[in-house]
Design a protein around this ligand. Structure first.
Ligand code: HSE
Length: 424
């Protein structure tokens, strides 16, 4: 192992993260890394770096034999995949922060890593400054990992914090997130939950050895969460967060989704405010562990890229242990959740989808219900994603089918009849 290996970098992109990396590298001389070239799309933009560093020709970087590592920090997932693929085939290690590209191409990228034996690292692609991928990869055995609750999108967390703590409008809070460089260039990716979904797909690979298809995971963002929902949260001593969640069920299968959730005010995730991200891991024996740090922004994201560059010096690679060396887990939608549904019109709600409804208000002041619903119903029908309907899961949201069966049986016994059941 050559820990003094000289790294010669070819960087793609000089936006929020690319420029951050440039600054961070200039402050880390001990890394023994030099930037050979930076490939950009628009040569007319003024950049805070010497002009001779830049080119618009990607092949200058990809075909330069002196460059041994490509750092891919561009926005366009389609172009990014092409760059990463070519770099690996041309014998260069790669560091990327492109969550959409990784979520869409991980199977092909796994194959390329196996074929080339080169490292492809992407710690910055999920939770920016928090080293969550390497921890899931290296530290937690498959069997020990009970559940993960995570805030993985900084912009939506920033918006929720500003709306509910400072009464800022959704629009103004989003504008701030954009100005501060947290939001995607198309902020719908943040707001509607796509970015969190992308991150969650490959985190599930490192956590549980699952290679999910994005369509398998039920998700939404914060687009329909209202001030009224926040008020209900406060009444229940909770806050609302967009949570990426996974839990290993008693049958060994994994429940996973990205949905807004009520979080008790004394829960660790409630302390995750603004653009910070947080990950709570529950494992056998260790109980709960909490990872916390900035989840978006120039220098926090660049710090994770820097750490991957540094790890490449000693040829660190993800081994995808849970995928290749364990029996990989399977996803399931066969469980129930307890959900709050806010609405403006009762007729928009498919109440027959619920197993039971334990609270229901439909009047001038209050319009919401709280009930138990089978998760497959959320997959089959999307009434809960429509405008003017907001779904927020309860704290500790997953209820296993067995528990519901017991509840149904008990309600039948109590009712003293044998036909049909109702938990209402
Ligand atoms: N738009 C992303 C976020 C950037 O807000 O989390 C970091 O991945």
């Amino acid at each position: 192992m050559d820990t003094h290996k000289k790294l010669v970098l070819g960087i793609f992109g000089f936006g929020v993260v690319g420029e951050g990396l440039y600054k961070v590298l200039n402050q880390t001389p001990s890394l023994n890394a030099s930037i050979r070239k930076v490939c950009i799309k628009n040569s007319n933009k003024k950049r805070n770096a010497p002009a001779e560093l830049f080119t618009t020709d990607k092949d200058i970087l990809l075909n330069d034999p002196s460059i041994n590592i490509i750092i891919e920090l561009i926005d366009d997932a389609f172009a990014a995949y092409d760059i990463v693929k070519t770099a690996l085939v041309n014998g260069k290690s790669v560091v990327s922060a492109n969550k959409k590209m990784i979520a869409e191409h991980l199977p092909e990228l796994l194959e390329l890593q196996q074929q080339t034996g080169l490292s492809f690292l992407y710690e910055a692609a999920c939770c920016a400054s928090i080293p969550v991928i390497r921890n899931l990869e290296e530290y937690y055995d498959n069997d020990l990992l009970h559940s993960i609750s995570a805030i993985v999108n900084g912009s939506t967390n920033y918006i929720l914090t500003k709306m509910f703590e400072e009464n800022l409008s959704f629009k103004d809070a989003l504008l701030q997130a954009q100005q501060l460089g947290f939001a995607e260039s198309n902020p719908t990716l943040d707001v509607d939950g796509y970015d969190a979904l992308n991150k969650w797909t490959f985190l599930l690979t490192h956590a549980y050895g699952i290679l999910p298809n994005k369509n398998e995971i039920i998700f939404t963002g914060i687009q329909n969460v209202t001030g009224e929902d926040a008020l209900q949260a406060t009444r229940k001593d909770c806050v609302i967060k967009l949570v990426a969640y996974a839990k290993k069920l008693n049958n060994g299968k994994v429940a996973a989704f990205v949905l807004p959730q009520f979080i008790k005010k004394n829960d660790q995730l409630a302390f995750v405010r603004n653009e910070y991200n947080g990950v709570v891991i529950e494992s056998s024996f260790a109980d709960k562990q909490f990872f916390y740090g900035k989840g978006a922004g120039s220098l926090p994201t660049a710090s994770a890229v820097l750490s991957d560059i540094s790890a490449s010096r000693y040829d660190y690679r993800y081994e995808y242990k849970k995928l290749y060396h364990h029996k990989p887990n399977e996803l399931t939608n066969d469980f129930y959740v307890k959900a709050y549904i806010g609405f403006t019109d009762w007729s928009h709600i498919r109440k027959d989808d619920f197993e039971s409804i334990e609270e229901w208000h439909s009047n001038d002041q209050l319009n919401y219900l709280i009930g138990i619903i089978h998760f497959k119903k959320l997959q089959e029908n999307d009434w809960w994603k429509k405008n003017n309907v907001s779904l927020v899961l309860s704290a500790d949201p997953v209820i296993e089918s067995l528990e519901i069966d017991k509840l149904k049986k008990r309600s039948l016994e109590l009712a003293g009849f044998s036909g049909g059941y109702s938990l209402y």
